[in-house]
Design a protein. Structure first.
Length: 241
């Protein structure tokens, strides 16, 4: 069995989830004539005013499920790289909660108050910190660590801006949609990139492991030949005239 095969499969789902979300969003926009990216929220693509809300909502639901599966893959990969099990558990928990929020939010569409469960997805903002904690002693993941630092800082910046904690008025009804798009791209997109980089590290370890394992296919014939030669040298049958 290929080393880390199951972990890599889970991470590949994490790579695919943001792509699925993007494709469904673009299709939903194309099916919503007059949709204004500057002033309208993405949730409106799945609300009653949309002609085909099921397209956007299906994308949210399936990408959420994919994110939850990816979170488990992240956690298992961290453990495989010698990281903290507590950090791995927190990573998986953040993603699973986000998955629940996205699925519930796709079922109860805006303006249903239960749609606000989708905010559980914001917990993914903490996942880069948990990953940094879990991978602090791991080798060969420097690019991933730097990427996680940049992502966390960028998400923190977007959070304080969209919550009007600094420079109030910068985000306003005339441009709120663009800010939301930027936030969504970073919030969802980083998962796919991190999953890709982490899978690449597991592939490298798997290849290194394969190089250190003796080639049984070449050893066994030699051992078999040795036994045959020995049996030819030793003949315990009685000699009879």
């Amino acid at each position: 069995m290929t080393p880390f095969r199951r972990r890599r499969l889970l991470l590949r789902i994490g790579i695919a989830a943001p792509i699925l979300a993007l494709v469904c969003t673009l299709i939903a926009v194309a099916l919503f004539p007059g949709f204004n990216h500057a002033t309208q929220f993405l949730s409106e693509l799945g609300a009653g005013g949309a002609r085909h809300p099921q397209v956007f909502n299906a994308g949210v639901a399936f990408s959420g499920i994919g994110a939850g599966i990816a979170g488990i893959g992240f956690g298992l990969a961290v453990v495989a790289l010698g990281g903290s099990r507590i950090a791995a558990g927190l990573i998986a928990l953040a993603f699973v909660l986000a998955a629940i929020g996205l699925v519930v939010g796709s079922i109860y569409v805006w303006p249903d108050p239960r749609h606000l469960f989708i905010n559980l997805g914001l917990g993914i903002q903490l996942a880069p910190l948990f990953l940094l904690w879990g991978l602090r002693r791991a080798e060969g993941v420097d690019r991933l660590r730097w990427f996680l630092v940049v992502v966390f800082v960028l998400m923190a910046f977007l959070t304080v801006m969209t919550k009007h904690l600094v420079l109030p008025g910068t985000v306003n009804p005339q441009n709120v949609g663009w800010w939301e798009r930027a936030f969504a791209i970073v919030l969802v997109g980083w998962v796919g990139v991190a999953a890709f980089l982490l899978e690449q590290r597991l592939i490298a370890l798997a290849l290194a492991s394969a190089e250190t394992v003796p080639d049984e296919a070449t050893r066994l014939p030699e051992e078999g030949a040795l036994v045959t030669d020995t049996s030819q040298l030793r003949d315990d049958r009685p000699i009879t005239n």
